[in-house]
Design a protein around this ligand. Structure first.
Ligand SMILES: [Zn+2]
Length: 181
């Protein structure tokens, strides 16, 4: 089974609350959040979670600058969407897992975000152009096994030692976790 990288070196849900995770988690369960908000100060590098093809990179309204990576996983074609970017490093073409796709920012409806609210909005889609609500989206936790709530770092593959000594997950292509089926 292929490995998936995490989109950032350090991954945790913004403010560690469930309404910044995926699902009908807002307005008392009546409003969708279509992906994960991963806390990230502007300029944080975003990495390709899998080998695939960048199929879209443009200013997309509320999502701001977004880069869309098409990849295959578990027999499915999926789309990873990186939003509110300040820099789109790849506009189109093939990429390898761990390649830099862009830098986080506050574009789109994240323009007023400051401090601990600054984030990467990260979606997994089952279709390139999905609709409103949760239509065409998948919970990223389905791929990673868990939403990183309460985690400062997420690690595996013998990376724990590096985390404990404060190095984080900095090795390109090693910031990965095997998906348990
Ligand atoms: Zn969001």
């Amino acid at each position: 089974m292929a490995f998936l990288a995490w989109p950032l070196e350090r991954n945790h849900i913004r403010r560690n609350i469930t309404n910044n995770a995926f699902g009908m988690v807002r307005n008392g369960g009546s409003k969708a959040h279509q992906g994960w908000d991963l806390y990230a100060p502007p300029g944080t590098p975003c990495y390709a979670i899998a080998e695939g093809e960048v199929v879209d990179a443009y200013y997309n309204g509320a999502y701001g600058n977004n880069v869309v990576l098409r990849f295959a996983h578990g027999g499915q074609v999926l789309y990873a969407m990186y939003c509110h970017l300040s820099v789109m490093a790849v506009r189109q073409g093939l990429v390898k897992r761990g390649d830099l796709l862009g830098l986080t920012g506050n574009t789109g409806n994240a323009a007023s975000m400051r401090g601990e609210d600054q984030h990467l909005h990260f979606e997994i889609r089952t279709t390139r152009h999905s609709g409103t609500g949760l239509d065409g989206r998948m919970n990223p936790a389905k791929l990673y096994g868990i939403a990183p709530i309460g985690w400062t770092y997420y690690e595996s593959h013998q990376q724990k030692k590096q985390v404990l000594v404060g190095l984080g997950l900095k090795v390109k292509g090693i910031n990965v976790r095997e998906v348990v089926q």
